[in-house]
Design a protein around this ligand. Structure first.
Ligand code: ADP
Ligand code: ADP
Length: 229
């Protein structure tokens, strides 16, 4: 079952050709890591997958919805395909528990008790149940990112996109965040991850995509990728 399909996709920023004839199918349950030099289009590719960036040409189908179709509800796509950013953007004046449980209440119309119970389960998963009543300013960057992952999961997405989730973190925080991502992958989540963490790629991803200059230059299963001379 395919989750995301790119058919001959092109992206221009003005005259600049940022994505060049992209053809990709990502299936449900895949964990895909995207690597490549800065400016190669990784973020542009990722952000197009939930409609944060529009494409210029071609066809993009996400969870069976054509993103170019006027009838497609882009907000629904964004709920179904969550995104974890380099900077976590937690609500500073809300507790950790509120950060994780508010969107399910407001958007998914869950009742407060149910959403808070689910939020506590997710905080357990990311190892931060004891911080439920803390405010983001009291957390380390790594803890904030783990809350951000819990918050994304609280929306019960079909897939999660990660845009350099550990790049803004102090080195000693990175392992804990990658461990959480590994658990999420083990639970069967479809994940597309832009990262420089090759250890994570090798250990967790089933597939690696290498981009350069707006093109997909390699798209291989992880084993073959690391077997290259
Ligand atoms: P990467 O994530 O691989 O670093 P990006 O997708 O962020 O690459 O960017 C690819 C290229 O597109 C870069 O040259 C970048 O400057 C350019 N770019 C990204 N966003 C915009 C934008 N909104 N307007 C113009 N150019 C952009
Ligand atoms: P990131 O750290 O995620 O790669 P960037 O610094 O590349 O972020 O981009 C930050 C924002 O600026 C993004 O919204 C991106 O689309 C936009 N942007 C990046 N490059 C350009 C550019 N050359 N011209 C205009 N906007 C750009």
């Amino acid at each position: 079952m395919s989750m995301i399909e790119f058919h001959d996709v092109e992206k221009y920023y003005g005259d600049f050709h940022a994505l060049k004839h992209i053809n990709l199918t990502i299936d449900k349950g895949e964990v895909v890591v995207i690597i490549g030099p800065s400016g190669s289009g990784k973020s542009t590719l990722l952000r197009s997958m939930n409609g944060l960036n529009t494409i210029s040409e071609g066809k993009l189908v996400v969870n069976n919805f054509d993103l170019a179709d006027k009838k497609t509800d882009i907000n629904k796509i964004r709920r179904e395909v969550g995104m974890v950013f380099q900077h976590f953007n937690l609500y500073a004046n809300k507790t950790v528990l509120q950060n994780v449980s508010l969107a399910p209440q407001l958007v998914l119309k869950e009742d407060k008790a149910q959403s808070e119970k689910e939020a506590m389960d997710l905080l357990n998963l990311v190892g931060l149940a004891d911080k439920a009543q803390s405010y983001p300013s009291m957390l380390s960057g790594g803890q904030e990112q783990r809350v951000a992952i819990a918050r994304s999961l609280a929306m019960k997405p079909q897939a999660l996109l990660f845009d350099e989730p550990t790049s803004a973190l102090d080195p000693e925080m990175i392992g804990d965040v990658l461990d959480v991502m590994k658990k999420v992958a083990a639970d069967g989540m479809t994940m597309i991850v832009v990262t420089h963490e090759m250890g994570f790629a090798k250990e967790v991803a089933n597939r690696l995509i290498f981009m350069a200059d707006g093109e997909v230059l390699e798209d291989d299963d992880t084993k073959s990728f690391f077997a290259h001379p």
